[in-house]
Design a binder for this molecule. Structure first.
Ligand code: ZN
Length: 313
């Protein structure tokens, strides 16, 4: 199946289903893992995480449709992504984060066409712009954020979901998905679409919460990687590898980084319920590039979080 002609057969919005169907394997058998709340913003609602009995993928069920889910993204959620934050600690962590991302991408590819999916306020794009070796493009579903980022950076930022964006096949050397896959309704489709948009030998680079992290064991349902209801999926490593392999990538590297999450601490003590919320921890990054079976290298990294949260009383 050629990159330019391939069609997909994945449901883009599986939340419209009446019964849970595993995104990873198509199985309909699930077990309840836990019920949790929005511990980040404290908005109302109770949400369930289920595990596929067949493959082990963890996902939220039922999934909120976007018209309901979007309110959980408003306001504070974007705060860590905003540019020119007044907090020096947050700026330092942002700086360390984008330097790490640039270093990691440029280990595998030193220039070319790069598409950053879910680019937000464009911190990563701006860092890549400094190198002068990249033709950059961003995708950001929030139209206001997309317009501001495009104006500030002078880089095209398309105000669309990746699933719905029209981008020429085989046009990208690198596609980055920094903490995107756990938010989308159809991660399998996203992975397949990324393959079609990459040139042969291009790299897919992504980060997701690390289910195998120590922090998940320590903090249980308060683990930041669950982030209900914004995270629709949590990927155990074998499930993730199978899904990416199915999309015709080969793993060529994976690693973890440890950096302090001072920005989370500062956020927790400045928010409305902050006296009740404790957040400490480390961000750990795992990265893993992948190679197509037939050709040169593509990549995928992932990143994990190590955090402690206390519920609002
Ligand atoms: Zn499954």
């Amino acid at each position: 199946m050629g990159r330019a002609t391939a069609q997909h057969s994945f449901p883009l919005f599986p939340h419209t289903r009446v019964h849970p169907v595993c995104e990873g394997c198509g199985s309909t058998g699930v077990t309840l893992v836990f019920r949790g709340r929005d511990y980040l913003k404290g908005l109302p609602g109770e949400f369930a995480v289920v595990r596929c009995k067949t493959c082990g993928l963890l996902f939220q069920w039922p999934q909120l449709p976007w018209e309901h889910l979007r309110v959980y993204y408003e306001g504070e959620y974007h705060a860590p992504l905003l540019r020119y934050t007044s907090s020096p600690l947050r700026r330092m962590v942002q700086r360390v984060g984008v330097l790490k991302q640039r270093w990691y991408v440029e280990r595998f590819c030193r220039g070319g066409h790069l598409l950053d999916v879910g680019c937000g306020s464009g911190l990563f794009l701006e860092e890549m712009q400094h190198s002068g070796r990249w033709h950059l493009m961003g995708l950001e579903p929030d139209a206001d954020v997309a317009a501001i980022t495009q104006e500030q950076l002078g880089i095209p930022v398309v105000p669309h979901l990746f699933e719905q964006a029209t981008i020429p096949p085989s046009s990208q050397d690198v596609i980055t998905l920094w903490h995107v896959l756990e938010h989308v309704y159809a991660p399998r489709y996203v992975l397949h679409k990324a393959w079609h948009l990459l040139k042969p030998g291009g790299y897919l680079v992504f980060a997701v919460p690390n289910y195998e992290s120590l922090s998940r064991l320590l903090f249980g349902r308060h683990w930041v990687g669950w982030d209900l209801p914004r995270h629709l999926f949590v990927f155990p490593r074998p499930v993730l590898h199978r899904m990416v392999d199915e999309a015709r990538f080969h793993l060529v590297d994976r690693r973890c980084f440890l950096i302090p999450t001072i920005h989370l601490v500062t956020r927790s003590i400045s928010g409305p319920r902050t006296g009740h919320r404790l957040c400490t921890g480390l961000l750990a990054g795992c990265a893993g590039p992948m190679t197509p079976r037939w050709s040169a290298q593509e990549s995928f990294p992932s990143r994990c979080s190590l955090n402690a949260w206390e519920s609002p009383r």
